[in-house]
Design a protein around this ligand. Structure first.
Ligand code: FE
Length: 258
């Protein structure tokens, strides 16, 4: 879940926590977009000097809602060459988990950014999906993350290759398995043009076959989105064979049945 520090979410962590209690969740996690070394990198993340404020906001929610487990995490952008920066971020606070996400397929194109939608027009979807999954594989391979976020993000606006992407998925999932990375079952896709949970049933089937575990996330950018469509997410996971999901504390994973 996000916070207003990323400049595209509304509601404070206490508001998300209140909503979680209302709908009967027992555990939630905040994973707002991590800062970059350069604050002018883009306009949808907290600044470096706001990281402590972010942690404070989450701590406040933990204090106000002691009956709810509230995990402190980050959604970290993986770009090749940024590994040292990610290690610095990891050392700054006692995170419960880090989600590694790929949004950028180059230094300047974040493929899910609606302001850059026109860039898709000049590109072959398969070429973009290939570049994306190559980076996602590197993210999993880096060993920096407990979870890989929204694994098939390039489908967001509906740009889908006609070619099979199965070999790309297989390579990524093998890296995830080797590096103990879980897969984020993320319901935000249902609220986008693709109208589909991230990742697809095909990816989840391959992940289950390889023994890659999963987490459930709403990617909430507003309190009303907390836990949104979780029943569908659970049904999808069950239908491919999953009966357990991961929880994290101090970057340690444990499996719980659902
Ligand atoms: Fe993301």
């Amino acid at each position: 879940m996000h916070t207003p520090l990323c400049r595209q979410a509304v509601g404070e962590p206490v508001d998300y926590a209140r909503r979680a209690v209302e709908i009967g969740l027992t555990e939630i996690g905040f994973s707002d977009h991590s800062p970059m070394r350069r604050d002018d990198f883009d306009n949808w993340r907290m600044r470096n000097d706001q990281l402590d404020e972010y942690v404070e906001k989450v701590r406040r929610a933990q204090k106000e809602f002691p009956q709810l487990a509230i995990r402190l995490a980050l959604e970290v952008d993986y770009l090749p060459g940024h590994e040292d920066w990610i290690r610095e971020l990891a050392a700054r606070h006692p995170w419960d988990y880090l989600i590694g996400s790929v949004h950028y397929v180059s230094e300047t194109w974040d493929i899910d950014n609606p302001a850059k939608l026109s860039q898709w027009k000049n590109r072959d979807p398969f070429e973009v999906w290939t570049a994306y999954f190559e980076r996602l594989t590197l993210a999993a391979e880096s060993g920096l993350f407990e979870i890989v976020g929204h694994a098939d993000l390039p489908k967001k606006f509906g740009h889908r290759p006609t070619q099979s992407c199965t070999p790309l998925y297989e390579k990524f999932l093998a890296a995830a398995k080797r590096n103990n990375c879980a897969l984020d079952i993320n319901t935000a896709g249902l609220r986008k043009d693709c109208r589909e949970i991230y990742p697809s049933r095909e990816i989840l089937q391959l992940a289950f076959a390889k023994g890659v575990p999963v987490t459930f996330g709403s990617d909430a950018h507003a309190p009303g989105e907390v836990g949104m469509n979780f029943a569908e997410a659970v049904e999808l996971a069950r239908s491919v064979g999953y009966g357990e999901c991961c929880r994290f504390s101090c970057r340690q994973r444990r499996l719980v049945s659902f």
